[in-house]
Design a protein around this ligand. Structure first.
Ligand code: ZN
Length: 562
């Protein structure tokens, strides 16, 4: 069956509610662990069904935010999903109190109850309305960005289409493209500030209702985190000490390479005078090269990629009214990971083909795990699979980039290093925001700008008042839609870079560990999974410094680029 044939049907909430109530009742009256585990599997089927419909509605809405039917369904789910969550929360509460808890844990693993406990702590009937409001606000943000049309060079461009010009060889074009982008954001400055203010207030309100100190605590629970804000704080110090100086020297090398006196805000994405590495063909050609690459990579990736192509699980061509995002969303009932992107002719297109495919591959490799709670990776582990795949794909980059291959690898690896301090800023910013929910929008901007000065000292916003005033984060959708998710990219990058280092010593070994990680799904917490993959925990002192030397050496040996 192909994606277009996957049937969407709004589930009947009342019928599901009735069925769930019967199952909850049966669970409470069950006389053995086995009886309860049978019920857990029955409930799993209901979860899969509702998640499938939610996924189909979300995906089809994001493919065209102006499609009336799915726009309506998206609004419906914004309202209805919290009611499902509330219903499922009743089930999790009963599960948490089971007299057979130990036996169930033995059968299903420790992670199952970590999941159950965090579900119990993050939900209550009292916050249903707040969740609905949170959903509405994030949809509002998404739609403003998706529907943006920017006047540029006599055309009306979406934001992803405009992005292409940020890499233009002509400096004046880059400047004009950046200014067109930020003009749009500046025009919506107050709206974004208001949406975020409301989000902070409603998230804080939910945390308080749940008896927590702040949304930070709730954010960590929602992510099912097995580490603390204190561990993250310590990790930041490693980044400040070992990564920030390397990133700064990379920007300085870029400035020298380009022959500029100053690297300005519209230059950052432009790495080489001869132009950035670009894929040497159109989207269809890129997908053909992808088929070849995944066929050669391993038997597992070959099967998987054929399945993705045959099932039409890619929608990667950019067009108006398509959400400005790249994501992979598994449609549970079909075990089908759907890949969404907006190809725009830049190297980012290949990143999608490796990054999002990494997510999808993990999803498919974990399909043997029966329960949804254990099949989907924990939030903070899922980026390991995607970011590592970006590096496992290196031997095939020649087929996409031809003469630009070295430039691609150089920009990919230096980009990985440069990304880490930015990721820290996004994460620390949210700790400040939710630790001080009463800050005014103006005070929030000051906090952002101060973090930039600390971790991203190369930023030069001369000529762009909007950015100078601390507004860069308006375009970072995760801050609005996925609070506290961002550190996951940073931690995963550290893991991916360890695998990058290891694949140079022994690719087979590194690949086998990667495969194991993919097949483990969500059966382990982040620290456990990292250990299982024979990786060092980023929280361990010395972890960051253990990879940076090799990276510096590689970049030094490959810097003769123009
Ligand atoms: Zn990802």
């Amino acid at each position: 069956m192909r994606f277009s044939e996957f049937k969407y049907e709004r589930p009947n909430y009342e019928a599901i509610k009735e069925e769930m109530e019967l199952l909850i009742n049966a669970f409470e009256n069950a006389k053995s662990a086995k009886e309860q585990i049978d019920i857990i599997h029955k409930v799993n089927k209901i979860f899969e069904l509702t998640d499938t419909m939610l996924a189909l509605s979300y995906i089809r809405h994001s493919l065209n935010t102006k499609d009336e039917f799915y726009d309506n369904e998206n609004d419906y789910w914004d309202e209805q999903d919290p009611l499902y969550e509330e219903l499922y929360n009743r089930y999790y509460k009963v599960l948490a109190k089971s007299p057979f808890r130990n036996e169930i844990e033995q059968e299903l693993g420790k992670q199952f109850y970590i999941y159950v406990d965090s579900e119990v702590k993050t939900m209550s009937p009292e916050i249903v309305e707040d969740l609905q409001e949170e959903n509405k606000l994030t949809s509002q943000y998404d739609e403003i960005i998706a529907e943006a049309l920017i006047d540029f060079k006599g055309e009306k461009l979406t934001l992803p289409a405009l992005d292409k010009y940020r890499e233009d060889k002509d400096r004046t074009v880059r400047e004009a493209a950046a200014n067109a982008r930020y003009k749009f954001f500046a025009e919506h400055e107050e709206t974004f500030d208001q949406i975020y203010d409301k989000l902070i207030k409603v998230r804080t309100k939910m945390a308080k209702k749940l008896g927590l100190d702040s949304f930070t605590e709730l954010g960590y629970l929602r992510m099912g985190r097995a580490y603390t804000p204190q561990a993250v704080e310590k990790f930041r110090k490693q980044v400040l000490e070992h990564i920030v100086p390397v990133a700064s020297s990379l920007y300085d090398a870029q400035r020298k390479r380009l022959g500029y006196e100053e690297l300005r805000y519209f230059d950052l994405g432009f790495k080489y005078l001869s132009g950035n590495a670009t894929p040497k063909g159109d989207p269809e050609w890129i997908l053909e090269q992808g088929v070849k690459m995944y066929h050669e990579m391993s038997p597992e990736t070959a099967d998987f990629f054929d399945y993705m192509v045959n099932t039409e699980l890619f929608d990667v061509i950019g067009r108006p009214n398509k959400l400005d995002a790249g994501y992979c969303y598994t449609i549970e009932n079909y075990q089908a990971p759907f890949i969404f992107a907006n190809f725009n002719g830049t190297k980012g297109d290949i990143d999608v083909l490796t990054h999002e495919v990494g997510h999808a591959f993990q999803g498919r490799e974990s399909r043997h795990i029966e329960l949804m709670e254990l099949r989907d990776t924990t939030q903070d582990s899922s980026e390991i699979h995607s970011m590592s795949m970006e590096f496992f794909a290196w031997p095939w980059m020649e087929s996409f980039f031809k003469e630009d291959t070295k430039k691609y690898k150089h920009s990919h690896l230096s980009g990985a290093v440069e990304f880490i301090p930015y990721g820290i800023v996004v994460d620390e910013y949210q700790h400040i925001i939710y630790g001080n929910p009463d800050l005014t929008p103006a005070e929030r901007k000051v906090a952002w700008r101060e973090l930039e000065k600390q971790y991203l000292p190369h930023k030069n916003y001369t000529g762009c008042d909007y950015l100078e005033r601390g507004n860069f984060w308006h375009q970072q959708s995760h801050i609005f839609t996925d609070p506290f998710y961002y550190i996951d990219y940073v931690l995963a990058q550290i893991c991916a870079l360890q695998l990058w280092k290891r694949m140079h010593d022994n690719r087979e070994d590194a690949w086998n560990d990667y495969l194991r990680l993919c097949q483990a799904g969500g059966k382990m917490t982040f620290p456990e999974l990292v250990e299982y993959g024979n990786l060092k925990s980023p929280f361990e002192d010395g972890c960051v410094s253990s990879i940076i030397t090799e990276i510096k050496t590689w970049l030094d040996n490959n810097k003769d680029l123009e």
